[in-house]
Design a binder for this molecule. Sequence first.
Ligand code: SF4
Length: 502
Amino acid sequence: MSRTFIGMPAFPKAAAVSTQNRQMRANLTHATHTIRDKRARAVAELDDWAELRLAGKQIKDRTLARLDEYLVQAEAAVTAAGGTVHWAADAAEANRIVADLVKATGEREVVKVKSMATQEIGLNEALAAEGITAYETDLAELIVQLGDDLPSHILVPAIHRNRGEIREIFRDNMASWGRPAPEGLTDTPADLAEAARLHLREKFLRAKVAVSGANFLVAETGTLVVLESEGNGRMCLTLPETLISVVGIEKVVPTWQDLEVFLQLLPRSSTAERMNPYTSTWTGAADGDGPSDFHLVLLDNGRTDTLADQVGRQALRCIRCSACLNVCPVYERAGGHAYGSPYPGPIGAILTPQLRGLQSEVDASLPYASSLCGACYEVCPVAIDIPEVLVHLREKVAEQGGAGHRLERAAMKSASWLLDHPAAYSTALKASRLARGVQPRRLPLPGAAKAWTDSRDLPPLPEQSFRSWWKERTPDQSDRNKPNAPNARTEPTDRDQQDGAN
Ligand code: SF4
């Protein structure tokens, strides 16, 4: 059973360990650079990409502003089509609903379509506690599950593994989950795919219950939509008798016409494809056509609180394309596990602390897991201003205090006193120059000061202060207007011209 992120250390500590893993970094660098280059080419093919992106943003914002109405409309449509809608306020409630529904069928196993929402709530572990085994059927999820690993990417959860590692995982662990890996399995993609196909086929043909998420929920008809590349999702969505879909409340789009925009934005942003290989849609339940019993679990789990935050709510526009992960220099080096959440990378750094709150050390560290370079904002197909939300969340973390922020406030107070007293400032500069030779790279102090330099080097003090550098170049203030003086003013400034005009 794949594990949850419970008990992970805060981002700086986890990243300090993960950045030492050269194999993982090599795997990630290769994978993210390949996909980001392909994505850039796929996006460049469309002349109207900027308009599409704006449309995606506007549709999501308009929907979020009236989310309650669209959800009620979707519930009515699903019910009218023969489905049953359940509302789950949090992870525990959602897990309980799904476990009860599975138990009511008398089954003890389910097949799963790849789903971030079920990872978010830890559904597999909750089902296991009830004696129900959940089989992941997405290839990358299967690798994670067989390897007793954690996902490290939204779209490619096993992105941190290379082909050789995958072969080992299949060879060593497939047998304990069902059909063993074929004899003499190599690490060629075709061989690995065939091993997964054979292993999964017996599960598809046996399972009576499937669990999925959804990329979108169309309110006007109550239709759920899943986009995928392998076809395993479609097997789960059509073969079993009972289908249970766990869907975040922000996945709703009002109409099919709105959906059209996202069906263009998502494939190019995520897998750099012009259109998705498999797009499955289902509405309620019908005898003789797919599952005869359909349940939709609408998941809140922190989304309503996120919606209430005027700046932070834009994270709910996310369509989980993972483009922001693939361009993020921090993600590329630290890897997905360091974020302590199924949502890693830039979107994880703003979504996880909003869904889970900022109380824990892990969640309070996530808004700082970024260089604020803005690459994530540039590629986001729904224009989520991730740097803006990161800074907003950092403000919240600072407001709630903590040893680090008390120290920061004290440091700022001392700095402002020093800047108000030029003589003391000048003495401090001289003293710091003298201390240059013995300056450590880490602060030897206990507590927050040490924690600060544990995750970053103390910048070296410059040989010369800016003041003395400036003084050397401006020997005499009375010379300022001489033509050859370094800071001579030869051209009138805008302000001079305004003054003259007045
Ligand atoms: S934040 Fe934007 S770029 Fe990142 S996964 Fe979500 S939609 Fe994609």
